[in-house]
Ligand binder design. Structure first.
Ligand code: SAM
Length: 416
């Protein structure tokens, strides 16, 4: 949304205006305006023309908000599928929204102990609230932002989910008052702190909203809880008895979770979701330490980022009979390819000290034209180097720039 809200409005007034607009879109006239805006967007109508037409067809009041929501729905479709056309998001709440498939998975595990009620502590547009309700729980959805509360109300209604109470409260206070293993009157809780401010990532967990102190209090007081944290969270922060899980989809980390002491089952868990939706999990009851390092062999294995972030590379090395190329770098090497969901394997053709001229000459000699550059432990810019290495040949190669036994090295591989 946002098109219809003048920028000089005070935040509280702006929020009131956004809530009013959202309510107007939940009427039959609003639904018609949304349908029309979606049609114009699907026809790739430019914003100025679309808004002019919408103003004429559905009125000045509904045109801007309908166009804004249609654009957010378009962005939401990849993660939310057909549901995107029933849901309302602002730009901020869509950016903060997790993937519904993963929210469902989290909700099922959180409720597996039999909790009948769950608090969504910071509900934004209600992704977790809807997942908890779909999993059969009564839900108390809390947010101090009136726009978030309205979105959660409207979204749960639009998806026909019952048993959701939306509450205006400060999560810091609710967690401070948690008692007897319960928070906000519920048996279980999801906490997903805001980790951005002014469009920038907040790297320091003490600056999240609510801050780390609330995260650790919740983990101490409410056994059936799960907290979404930044994927880069320092392992030192994870309290004893709390399982930390990193989830990747299609090779990128999408979320990191700290599980309360009741659902916690292991020390760390790496969850890899393949492009076809298949889920594979790797777990360890304790820190497996660091894998041994040895010279590069015939195959190079790139561990999935969920394996790396969860500290389970040594476990995978053991499974594959592989070693690290350097004690500080998460590339593995072995004599044979790996049929494993935890790594992508590349056949190695050459290993040479990193030198642009020599690398270029070697690739030309091999007839390589197109190069994919990967790096770890090196300051090079992969796209820039790939452009520099591009040649006239027909062949392709993967060039891995990294450290081997402490020395800057290029490992040339064929495309698997
Ligand atoms: C990252 S978003 C939650 C996203 C949501 N789980 C989802 O997947 O769509 C965090 C939310 O917490 C709310 N919030 C932050 N600090 C809060 C506090 N102290 N009390 C209540 N709500 C808070 C923000 O307004 C925001 O809507």
């Amino acid at each position: 949304m946002g098109e219809a809200v003048p920028v000089d409005q005070e935040p509280a007034e702006q929020a009131r205006e956004t809530v009013r607009q959202l309510r107007s879109l939940a009427t039959p006239a609003g639904a018609a305006a949304l349908t029309r805006a979606a049609e114009l967007l699907a026809a790739r109508t430019d914003a100025v023309t679309a808004l002019t037409r919408l103003r004429g067809e559905v009125g000045v009041e509904l045109a801007g908000p309908a166009w804004g929501i249609a654009r957010q729905r378009d962005k939401a479709r990849t993660a939310f599928g057909a549901d995107a056309d029933r849901l309302l998001f602002t730009g901020d709440t869509l950016e903060q929204a997790g993937r519904p498939v993963l929210a469902d998975r989290r909700a099922r595990r959180l409720l597996s102990g039999g909790a009948g009620s769950a608090a969504d502590l910071g509900c934004a547009a209600g992704t977790d609230t809807m997942a908890l309700a779909r999993a059969g729980s009564r839900v108390v959805a809390v947010d101090r932002d009136p726009v978030a509360r309205e979105l959660t109300r409207l979204n749960t209604a639009a998806t026909g989910l019952a048993g959701v109470e939306v509450r205006d409260a400060d999560v810091v206070d609710l967690v401070a008052a948690a008692d007897g293993g319960r928070v906000a009157g519920c048996d279980a809780a999801v906490l997903d702190p805001a980790r951005r401010s002014g469009g920038r990532r907040l790297l320091d967990p003490d600056r999240w909203s609510p801050p780390w102190s609330t995260v650790s209090t919740l983990l101490d007081r409410v056994p059936w809880c799960v907290v979404k944290v930044a994927p880069g969270l320092d392992h030192e922060r994870v309290p004893a008895g709390v399982e930390a899980e990193w989830v990747s989809v299609g090779g990128s980390i999408v979320e990191a979770l700290l599980w309360g002491r009741a659902p916690s089952a292991v020390w760390r868990r790496a969850t890899v979701v393949a492009r076809d939706g298949a889920v594979t999990e790797l777990t360890a009851d304790s820190d497996p330490g660091t894998a041994p390092a040895a010279p590069v062999r015939r195959w190079l294995h790139e561990p999935d980022p969920a394996v790396i972030r969860s500290g389970l590379v040594a476990l995978v090395a053991e499974q594959l009979g592989a070693t690290l190329v350097d004690p500080t770098i998460a590339y593995l090497t072995s004599d044979s390819p790996a049929d494993s969901p935890w790594v992508t394997s590349y056949p190695v053709t050459d290993v040479l000290p990193f030198n642009l001229k020599k690398l270029k000459a070697l690739l030309r000699g091999r007839g390589v034209g197109r190069v994919t550059v990967k790096k770890r432990g090196s300051a090079i810019e992969p796209e820039a180097l790939a452009r520099q290495l591009r040649g006239p040949g027909e062949g392709t190669a993967v060039v891995v720039v990294t450290r081997v036994a402490g020395a800057p090295t290029a490992i040339v591989c064929t495309v698997p």
